[in-house]
Design a protein around this ligand. Structure first.
Ligand code: IDP
Ligand code: MG
Length: 143
């Protein structure tokens, strides 16, 4: 069976605040394997597809405006249970409700500036990985 993979993105607030190393370190120390990483400012088209499930929500346009406002670090991480485990490392959507010890719990306050995105299911992970990366950008390597 293919190893589980998830899509993680450090949002523009995380990049602006200098949290790239902190976040990469947490994922590495947990024991997951980084198989793709790039920095980009997402287009509106990419952002609207990525957040397509939220299209009808009142915050959709501000969400798209924010994620396209600056540099994002997009990643694919691999490992057993990585989708749920990364969500646990990330913490609850509302940073003030996120547990201490999680990325949002430790590093964020505002729901609109919650530092990081992580896929929420295997279907979403497959969709998001193929949306953000070419298959040639995914690196197979053995630790
Ligand atoms: P998630 O990032 O924890 O998966 P989702 O519900 O998928 O949370 O929402 C996507 C993103 O949209 C959140 O990370 C947050 O930045 C933003 N968001 C979600 N709910 C609200 C809201 O009620 N007001 C403003 N922004 C929101
Ligand atoms: Mg989500």
């Amino acid at each position: 069976m293919a190893p589980e993979r998830t899509f993680i993105a450090i949002k523009p607030d995380g990049v602006q605040r200098g949290l790239i190393g902190e976040i990469l370190g947490r994922c590495e120390r947990k024991g997951f394997k980084l198989i793709a990483l790039k920095q980009l400012t997402p287009s509106s088209e990419l952002a609207e597809k990525h957040y397509g499930v939220h299209r009808e929500r009142p915050f959709f346009s501000s969400l798209v405006d924010f994620i396209t406002s600056g540099s994002v670090v997009a990643m694919v991480w691999e490992g057993d249970g990585v989708i749920l485990s990364a969500r646990n490392l990330i913490g609850a959507t509302k940073p003030l409700e996120a547990n201490a010890g999680t990325i949002r719990g430790d590093l964020a306050v505002n729901i609109g500036r919650n530092v990081i995105h992580g896929s929420d299911s295997s279907e979403t992970a497959a969709f998001e990985i193929s949306l953000w990366f070419q298959s040639s950008e995914l690196n197979d390597w053995s630790p």
